[in-house]
Write a protein that binds this ligand. Structure first.
Ligand code: ADP
Ligand code: MG
Length: 288
């Protein structure tokens, strides 16, 4: 049963932009041990911009961007939006014979009979497409055209303004372990981890691997300490459901994530977690 005072806490949270789906979740916020963040759309804005176009093997910049834009035409991923914006022209959909998303990796499309793949290093390795590794700072989208490597787009994202203070505040509030799970590259993950001073980052994870890592982190903490996971994407829904407390971004977050979450941050600001924890602490003083 839920102590009556928690209803007041839930009301107070909602007036402050945090939807809490039950008093037990508010109570659990008082015993946080581990906080795990998703990266894209959670710690970063998820607003990507194409920062560089690097063709190889005789392809031109224009060709590379066009192939990328055509393969991403039907995708609603933030990466796809940035590529469409950089291309700037309308794509003739009648040229796209087929299109398929490969979860956590990218896109497979058939354009005028040619197989085009657009995605991360994992996708290229899966296809056995060889390319020269370079240390780009940013999310990389590699393009393969008819089995041949055509080059890479480098896409940049930004940290949310309140990401760093949120991590700092969590530590001040006694959270012992703060880490990040992402499908993005090791490079990008390490950079974010060092700026935010995270204890650990896990990169290049497929959706099911995010779930497995979370289960591992659940096992690593003391039984009485709670684990909070914060995410935004469709891919995050199972992880949100599995965590002791799942918090989703309410604005740009996917419906599946919002549905699976116990707490919804209506304004997409991670610092709303701090607001929620403070309300939880106050509510506890009133209840007991
Ligand atoms: P995150 O875990 O950072 O929120 P996702 O699980 O959405 O990211 O995607 C993981 C990775 O898969 C991305 O970083 C990107 O490399 C690749 N990817 C996903 N969707 C696309 C797409 N439409 N085009 C190219 N690459 C993609
Ligand atoms: Mg995300």
């Amino acid at each position: 049963s839920i102590p009556l005072g928690f209803f007041g806490g839930i009301g107070s949270a909602s007036r402050n932009g945090v939807l809490v789906k039950g008093g037990n979740y508010l109570e659990a916020l008082n015993s946080l041990h581990t906080v795990v963040f998703d990266k894209t759309g959670t710690l970063t804005k998820g607003i990507f911009e194409v920062a560089g176009v690097y063709p190889q093997n005789g392809f031109s910049k224009d060709e590379l961007l066009k192939y990328a834009a055509m393969s991403e035409e039907y995708s609603t991923h933030p990466i796809a939006d940035s590529i469409k914006k950089a291309y700037g022209k309308k794509v003739d959909r009648s040229n796209i014979d087929s299109y398929e998303e490969i979860s956590g990796m990218g896109i497979k499309a058939k354009i005028k009979g040619i197989d085009i793949y657009a995605g991360n290093a994992k996708l290229m390795n899966l296809l056995n497409v060889k390319y020269k590794e370079e240390d780009y700072i940013g999310t990389t989208v590699h393009i393969a055209v008819g089995g041949k490597y055509a080059g890479v787009l480098v896409i940049s994202d930004e940290l949310k303004e309140d990401a760093k203070e949120t991590v700092e505040d969590l530590r001040k509030m006694g959270v012992k372990k703060i880490s990040m799970l992402t499908g993005d590259s090791e490079n990008v993950a390490k950079k974010v981890g060092s700026i935010l001073n995270l204890d650990k980052v896990y990169a290049e994870l497929l959706p099911h691997e995010k779930f497995e890592k979370l289960e591992l982190l659940e096992k690593e903490k003391p039984p009485k300490g709670k684990l909070l996971f914060v995410g935004d994407g469709i891919n995050d829904a199972p992880v949100l459901a599995r965590a002791d407390i799942g918090a989703a971004m309410g604005g740009l977050g996917s419906d599946a994530a919002i549905e699976a979450a116990d707490i919804v941050l209506m304004t997409d600001e991670p610092s709303k977690l701090i607001t929620a924890i403070k309300i939880a602490q106050k509510t506890r003083r009133i209840v007991w």
